[in-house]
Each structure stands twice: as C-alpha cells, then as structure tokens.
Design a protein around this ligand. Structure first.
Ligand SMILES: Cc1cc2nc3c(=O)[nH]c(=O)nc-3n(C[C@H](O)[C@H](O)[C@H](O)COP(=O)(O)OP(=O)(O)OC[C@H]3O[C@@H](n4cnc5c(N)ncnc54)[C@H](O)[C@@H]3O)c2cc1C
Length: 488
C-alpha cells in the first residue's frame, strides 16, 4: 500500500488475465492502479490447464466453425454479436501474447501445436503443456511490471466502490488500513464465484467481489444462475479447492468408470466421455443415483507412462501428491463448481450499466458462452474484452477534460467480530439448492435463509475486515443466484 497514490486515471480491480491484459494496453501517460486481493499468482487464470482457443490455423479452421461450436455448447443462447467479436478478434489477441514471451507448445516443425478439446470440431487450442494459465500469467506479470505508469498492489482488496462525479471513490483494504483512492474509470476484473460452493476448482480469491460490489452500486447483473460444474475434479473430500483433471485427459482417451469399475457414459450420451461438460456432469449424477454410490474414476493408465508424465506433468504431479499414480491407478473424480457464465452485464466494449464502470473476464457477462461455456473460451474472452475495455476508456479520455474528485467518510474498521460459520451455511445451501441438478425446494428455503444472513451482515456493526467483506459478497452472490432461480 506504500506506493498507492490518491488518484489514478484507471483503477483495475483484479490481476488475473483480464485485469493484467487490460493494464497492458494503457500508454505511459495514463496512470493505472491494479489491485490484487492476495498474491499475484493466486487466481483462476493461474490454474487454467487446457489452453486458449483461437482460429490461428486458417487452412483447416474458420471463425464460422468456432462460432458454431461455441453456439452448440451454449445451447444457441449465446449473444451472436459478442461471439463474433470474440472469435474474430481472438487470434490477434492470442498471437500478441507471443510478443511478451508466452511460450505456447510447438510441433516438430516449429509451428504452434494446436490441440483438440471436447466440443471443438477443429484443433484450435494453444497450450503450454498443462499449465497454460500460469505461463500466461507469469509473462503478463513481467510485462505489466515493466510499465512505469502501472502500480500493481498485492494483498490489497477493493472493499467498496462509490460513484462520484466523473468517476469513483474506492476503498482499498491492505496492511490493516483502509485507503481512499479516486479514479476516473474502473475496470472490475475480479474473477468468479467458486467459493460460494462447498467444492470448487476455483482459487481462494473467487468470492464474487466485483459482482457483489457492482450489484450494490445498482449495476445490472445477468444470468448469475448459469453456473458450470466440471465433471472431473479430483475427489479429495478434505479440500474445498478441488484439483481439475482437465478435459484434455478425456481428449487423450481417458474413460469414466463407476464404483464397479464399469464404463457408463453410453447409457446417457452417444458422445461418451467427450460430451459437453454439463452433459457429463448430469450423467455422473444420474449414474450415482442408479448405482447408489458417489465413487467415480477416470482411467488413463493404458497410455504410456513417459507420454503421460510429459503431456500432463502438473496433473501427474498433483495426483501423486494425493497418492494416485495416473500411470497405474484410476483417478477418483466427481463434479464440482467450476465456472460462471453470468455476471455483470456488459456491452461489446465491456461497459456495465453504470457510466465509467467496466467489467471483463469471469465476473462479466458478455453473453459469449450462452448457457454453457465451451472449453478454452474463457481465457480468450478475458483477453479480447479486456483490450476492448481499455481501448474504449482511452477513446473516452481523449475527448474529456480531467476531472477533480472528492473524498468520503472512512470505513469502520473497528466493530464486532464476525460470527463464525456463516460462509459454511451459505455454501451448504448452494450445494443442495443449485448444484448439477437444481433442487427447487432447497432453493426456496435457501433463499429465505440467505436473505436473513445478508440482512444481519448489513444491519449490524461488524468490523470491516477482508473476511467480513468476502462473507458479505459470497452471501450477496448466493442471494442473486437464488432469486433468479426462484423467479416464476
Ligand atoms: C482449475 C481451472 C482450470 C481452467 N482451465 C481453463 C482453460 O484451460 N482454458 C480457459 O479458457 N479457461 C480455463 N479456466 C477458466 C479461466 O481460467 C478463468 O475463467 C479466467 O482465467 C478468469 O480470469 P479473470 O482474470 O477474470 O479472473 P481471475 O484469474 O480469477 O483473477 C481475478 C483477480 O481478481 C482479484 N480480486 C478478486 N476480488 C478482489 C477484490 N475485492 N479486490 C482486489 N482484487 C480482487 C484476485 O486477486 C485475482 O487477481 C479454468 C479455471 C479453473 C479454475
């Protein structure tokens, strides 16, 4: 917090691929602050394994095919205009990453190695082994840190945001202090909502902060009930954060087995293990009911050990830590929360319904994914729409005078401690009300309970701490989802 100034042209909340890629676009005369709630490599972006989709092989692939595949996965509920932007601008955004040193895997001729994933009709996934997100993040961090106009602050949380004349007043929590910062524009890039659920593949930062903040400011939030559940997360019961066994493992031939060690996907879908995520997740839940067991496995052990260790080094290493050798053993898997399709409603320039407030990445809702995201399209969305946000802001800045902004009251850092167990209550409600197969009765009862918890958090004088803010945000997100689900 030592370096934080009183005023910036642009405040970016979030330092995943969306936030950092936005920051990278601003020229030296534009002063930018990037806030990162925890450490820079703690984000969903850094966890992305499979890769990023883009039509770079113009000989064998077309934008029309990528659009078609995305529409099929999204149940034709995608926003066609946003999808065109995503796909048409995708390749340029992804290839620009080569300039900052992102090391996508190459084939024997030195060309980019493109892989296939479930739902894609062509090889169009660029990847760096099975740690694509981390590779992108490491290079983006270096590139943004080299920019003298950008301050990046780790362990600094955007706790509250107020609209003031010509911009925003932000309350930033860090080192036990609260600092007020003004900015003419704000980009929310705070990521997903995984921590609203008991089990998720998401990192600890995914508490829906930007969405809850935007909602409190009156911004339009859309389709928050569109939550994606990944069918094959490592089933380690003791951890909230579940390690993902990526689609590409099934892409390389892994089969799904029930508690009796039998394949079962042919009962539910002719595409078998490579059916879309929602179909595989629902099939697992149906099979669980049929056989009366939640024990499911992926088997890829028939592939050579050398091949597996080289193709999936991260998955191999992580499973080994859990006592599972994927070259010999079946991998225990079960569906869990993975991704949010809905979010802060934005237009094609990533503008929210509030003037000067932008959103991009997983916290935003461009509509590109429709009802269900196609694998490897979300890093692409984060890249394309973060650049659009930055460019739109730059255009506006050129035609506006520089405003002077004011300060507000401080946040109450002293107050009652937060009662324990509130987050657990909310997570239990969401797990039973709105998991793979929604439960309308649990959703109705859950909404009443969630509203009570939120009313208590808002009316009592709790000390404003990161824990308090996150608990309030998780509860707000749960409430919006349950309100949408319960709408007649
Ligand atoms: C295990 C896993 C594997 C995945 N694999 C793929 C894949 O192969 N391909 C693909 O396309 N997508 C994949 N995804 C999805 C993709 O990684 C994410 O959707 C995308 O990276 C989101 O980027 P983001 O920048 O919006 O959010 P994040 O990367 O999650 O970043 C959010 C940032 O916001 C910050 N933040 C949050 N709240 C606050 C606050 N209040 N104040 C300040 N900062 C805050 C956090 O600290 C963090 O820096 C995967 C996701 C997971 C979880």
């Amino acid at each position: 917090m030592r370096r934080v100034k009183d005023h910036y042209d642009v405040l970016i909340a979030g330092s995943g691929v969306a936030g950092l890629h936005a920051a990278l676009q601003f020229p030296p005369q534009v002063k930018v602050l990037v806030l990162c709630k925890k450490e820079l490599l703690l984000s969903n972006s850094a966890l992305a394994q499979g890769g990023v989709a883009a039509v770079v092989d113009k000989e064998h692939d077309t934008c029309q095919l990528h659009i078609k595949d995305t529409m099929i996965a999204g149940g034709n509920q995608n926003n066609p205009d946003a999808l065109e932007v995503l796909v048409n601008e995708g390749a340029e955004n992804v290839l620009n990453l080569l300039d900052i040193g992102v090391d996508f895997d190459r084939d024997e001729t030195g060309g980019l190695q493109l892989t296939l994933e479930g739902g894609h009709s062509r090889r169009r996934i660029l990847h760096h082994k099975d740690s694509t997100g981390r590779e992108m993040m490491e290079k983006l961090i270096l590139a943004v840190k080299a920019k003298s106009n950008v301050d990046i602050e780790e362990n600094c949380m955007l706790a509250d945001l107020k609209q003031v004349e010509n911009g925003f007043l932000a309350y930033v929590l860090g080192d036990g202090h609260c600092t007020q910062v003004t900015a003419n524009y704000c980009i929310l890039a705070t990521g997903g909502i995984g921590r609203v659920y008991q089990y998720t593949t998401n990192s600890a930062i995914a508490t829906g902060d930007g969405i809850a903040l935007a909602h409190r400011m009156g911004a339009k939030i859309t389709d928050l009930h569109l939550v994606q559940f990944h069918p094959t997360a490592f089933a380690a019961k003791q951890n909230r954060e579940r390690f993902l066994i990526s689609e590409s493992v099934r892409g390389e031939g892994a089969v799904l087995l029930n508690n009796e060690g039998k394949r079962f996907m042919d009962r539910y879908d002719e595409r078998l293990e490579l059916a879309p995520r929602d179909v595989v997740s629902r099939s697992i839940m149906k099979e669980a009911r049929r056989v009366g067991s939640n024990n499911f496995y992926l088997d890829i052990s028939f592939q050579g050990a050398d091949y597996l260790k080289n193709r999936f080094p991260t998955i191999y290493g992580r499973c080994l830590e859990e006592g599972v050798d994927i070259t010999k053993d079946w991998i225990p898997v079960f569906p869990c929360q993975h991704y949010l399709m809905g979010g802060i409603h934005v237009d094609l320039d990533s503008q929210s319904s509030i003037d000067r407030l932008y959103a991009c990445g997983e916290c935003s809702h461009t509509g590109v994914h429709g009802n269900n995201r196609l694998a490897s399209n979300s890093l692409l969305e984060a890249l394309v729409f973060s650049r659009r946000a930055a460019r739109h802001i730059l255009n506006r800045m050129a035609s506006e005078p520089h405003p002077i902004l004011s300060k507000g009251d401080d946040l109450p850092l002293d107050g009652m401690p937060l009662p324990s167990g509130l987050r657990t209550q909310v997570r239990d409600i969401m797990q039973s009300a709105h998991f793979v197969v929604p439960n309308p009765v649990a959703a109705r009862e859950g909404m009443k309970r969630v509203k009570k918890i939120l009313a208590m958090l808002e009316s009592s004088h709790y000390a404003v701490t990161p824990d308090f803010i996150e608990t309030k945000n998780i509860t707000t997100v749960a409430m919006i989802i349950l309100e949408e689900v319960n709408k007649p």
